[in-house]
Design a protein around this ligand. Structure first.
Ligand code: SAH
Ligand code: SF4
Length: 303
């Protein structure tokens, strides 16, 4: 900003340092994704991803360093919880990536490291800045928050004046299996989770996305597809099947494409819209959190 007086420029340079700095960036050979590892001022690391698909440019944001919910298949969960990100650290992920990307950022998904509902207030401040016409001006309907289902979180979201989108990480169609995979299910079992989701749908009239990772023999047989169909019947929803990104040291494997297709067919025949999300940039997109974890392991400040 050369139109500012030189001493003010100097002051800004000294005092207004970015909160995040680039550590490592990986770019997919097919240009479909960039993955960035950012370093915070206190040395913590977090990941953000830019996904390109047609004209869509989607940024996947992190909300926490690590995650306390310890889902059994998740690399971020494995590393445990370190701290919440501040609104500035959340917004800066967008600013850094936006500055590098020539095309307009069209969507944001809060699906990076951490559980958004456990950093709710800070996230709302950040999303409002991203949403504000005075700042980034990205419409709330283009911003989706993904949650594992923390008691009361979805109800709070339903009360917000903005039309934020909701994605729910389901991953199992019954309480027994879901509790095994996602300990948070003990405090918000499926019946109660579905009540919160129904309230959100009624209030916002928006379609909810259910994320369902296909975990080999664990949750992707025809039996689970039928159970899922029963659970979701009549809901304004969409199911996203996600091929699992295997995490070294964890005992889960990916489901075969044939089995994924069979699972999808059962849902679609039962009138539940269902698609399979093939991850972009497979050469760089190891499971969320792996890049940060590797870094932290190297610096041996993690478990
Ligand atoms: N904590 C929130 C948002 C971050 S996780 C949540 O759980 O929804 C974002 C998504 O990535 C979730 O659906 C999560 O289950 C999924 N995920 C985690 N580990 C994965 C892996 N190894 N392969 C594929 N998806 C994974
Ligand atoms: Fe946390 Fe989401 Fe990973 Fe579960 S899947 S441990 S909630 S980041």
């Amino acid at each position: 900003m050369s139109n500012l007086p030189a001493d003010l420029q100097e002051q800004l340079n000294t005092n207004m340092k970015p909160l995040l700095s680039y550590d490592t960036s990986l770019k997919a050979k097919d240009h479909s994704a960039d993955k960035h590892l950012f370093k915070c001022r206190d040395g913590a690391h977090l990941e953000s991803v830019l996904l390109r698909s047609g004209k869509r440019r989607t940024i996947c944001l992190s909300t926490q360093v690590g995650c306390a919910l310890a889902c059994k298949f998740c690399h971020t969960g494995l590393a445990g919880f370190k701290r919440n990100l501040s609104p500035g650290e959340i917004v800066e992920q967008v600013l850094h990536i936006k500055r590098e990307e020539p095309d307009r950022i069209s969507n944001i998904v809060v699906m990076g490291m951490g559980e958004p509902m456990l950093n709710y207030n800070q996230l709302m401040i950040a999303l409002r800045q991203i949403n504000s016409p005075d700042a980034l001006g990205l419409g709330a309907r283009h911003i989706t928050i993904s949650t594992s289902g923390v008691k009361g979180g979805i109800l709070k979201l339903a009360e917000e004046p903005e039309q934020w989108g909701l994605a729910v990480s389901l991953h199992a169609p019954n309480d027994e299996l879901r509790t095994e995979l996602m300990p948070i299910n003990k405090s918000l079992p499926l019946k109660e989770l579905m009540i919160e989701i129904d309230t959100y749908i009624k209030k916002t009239k928006r379609r909810v996305s259910f994320e369902y990772i296909m975990l080999g023999d664990t949750n992707s047989s025809e039996k689970e597809a039928r159970e899922l169909l029963q659970l979701l019947k009549g809901k304004l929803c969409h199911v996203n099947l996600i091929p699992y990104n295997p995490v070294p040291t964890l005992p889960f494997s990916a489901t075969s494409l044939k089995k994924i297709q069979r699972f999808q067919d059962i849902l679609v025949r039962g009138k539940i819209p269902c698609t399979t999300r093939f991850e972009k940039g497979q050469d760089i997109l190891a499971a969320c959190g792996q890049l940060a974890h590797k870094k932290v392991e190297k610096e041996s400040c993690s478990k």
